[in-house]
Design a binder for this molecule. Structure first.
Ligand SMILES: Cc1cc2nc3c(=O)[nH]c(=O)nc-3n(C[C@H](O)[C@H](O)[C@H](O)COP(=O)(O)OP(=O)(O)OC[C@H]3O[C@@H](n4cnc5c(N)ncnc54)[C@H](O)[C@@H]3O)c2cc1C
Length: 345
């Protein structure tokens, strides 16, 4: 039998145990309450984060869809013939003019990335005539299209265009890649331009980065070259030197001389060397046809980081391909690929 004091002691013990248990329960309740509150809070934060991510993904999807839809619309529009109005005609030499067109339409404007050209269609003397022309500026952002067209006295489209006035319309569609190149490698410097556009100045140079560019253009062959120059001379690529040899018959045949000279003045890493077959008195530039000596004197030598672009009449292109090979460049071809060391437009 338990003694009286022992009984009291036991009761006191059990009371204190109960107190302890109650306190423990209380603590546990508090802890679990705090834990639950924290869990609830965490769940709330996670839910909010998920909601934000979902909303962002949803908007991103909408934006992507919108972009896709407008790209498809643009593509569809690009493949359709559309009447575009001439807003300006600027005569830049005795037989060449720059025609400016307003290329806006309800879904945007004609998308003309670098290295692409358009088709122009007109009914001339009862016959449907289509010819290719290269915009002198890539118009990914602008609402205007500028075509520089040299008019031939017996040329069908070029002569027809020279009879048009501001306000008249011409059917245009595009863009189209270079019909002579395959694998969708439309333009020279494609890799360089894409890397630059993605990474900007941060794009690191390596042993294959283009540092020097030599260009040989003849007559209206300057048109696609202009597009490239507008992109690379003014943007800070890794290019240290761009040297252009531009050949023409007479001084009046030099297209956009003022603009080219201005570009060279503004950007000292770009130089132009004019060559004239029939130079005027006192002409300080080169004379005759393009020679191997001129290529040697003005253009970069073969090197992994150097490249040549060529655009002129067929005979001039062939000549430059022969000389460049003799000067140690890889053999170039009329049907060039964008990563060829000697690229013919
Ligand atoms: C991808 C591509 C882009 C082009 N971009 C341009 C451009 O931006 N600007 C531009 O002016 N042209 C450009 N051309 C050339 C253009 O497409 C026409 O061929 C040119 O305007 C002549 O067309 P036409 O109808 O007037 O002459 P056609 O009726 O086709 O030819 C009639 C006569 O014109 C003379 N002729 C035509 N072309 C030449 C020539 N190149 N050299 C000497 N005589 C010639 C010849 O005597 C020929 O017999 C480009 C061609 C291609 C393939």
């Amino acid at each position: 039998m338990t003694s009286w004091p022992g009984y009291i002691e036991d009761q006191l013990m059990s009371i204190s145990n109960l107190g302890l248990t109650l306190r423990l329960i209380l603590v546990l309740t508090c802890v679990s309450g705090a834990y639950l509150a924290r869990l609830r809070f965490s769940l709330m934060v996670i839910t909010i984060l998920f909601s934000i991510a979902y909303i962002l993904a949803y908007f991103n999807k909408i934006i992507k869809c919108k972009k896709m839809i407008s790209a498809v619309k643009r593509k569809m529009h690009g493949s359709k013939w559309t009447q575009f109005q001439i807003t300006c005609i600027k005569k830049i030499s005795k037989d060449t003019s720059i025609y400016t067109f307003n290329i806006q339409y309800p879904e945007g404007s004609l998308h003309l990335p670098l290295g692409h050209h358009v088709q122009v269609r007109a009914m001339i003397h009862g016959r449907q005539t289509i010819r290719y022309y290269t915009p002198i500026f890539p118009s990914e952002t602008t609402k205007e299209l500028q075509l520089m067209v040299k008019s031939y006295s017996n040329g069908t489209m070029s002569k027809y265009l020279s009879t048009l006035h501001v306000g008249q319309t011409v059917e245009i569609r595009g863009p189209f890649g270079n019909p002579t190149s395959d694998n969708n490698q439309h333009y020279p410097l494609q890799k360089e331009i894409e890397t630059y556009r993605k990474m900007g100045k941060e794009s690191n140079s390596n042993e294959e980065t283009l540092t020097q560019l030599g260009i040989v253009a003849g007559g209206s062959g300057i048109t696609p070259v202009l597009q490239v120059l507008h992109e690379i001379v003014t943007n800070p690529y890794h290019l240290e030197n761009i040297s252009l040899i531009y050949a023409n018959e007479t001084v009046d045949d030099i297209l956009l001389k003022n603009e080219l000279d201005e570009m060279a003045k503004k950007h000292p890493h770009f130089q132009i060397h004019y060559v004239l077959h029939h130079p005027p008195k006192g002409w300080k530039g080169e004379r005759g046809y393009i020679t191997k000596r001129m290529l040697q004197k003005y253009l970069p030598r073969y090197n992994k980081q150097h490249k040549l672009l060529v655009c002129g009449p067929l005979e001039m292109d062939e000549l430059v391909l022969r000389y460049s090979k003799e000067l140690g460049w890889n053999k170039g071809f009329q049907k060039s690929r964008s990563n060829d060391k000697v690229f013919v437009f």
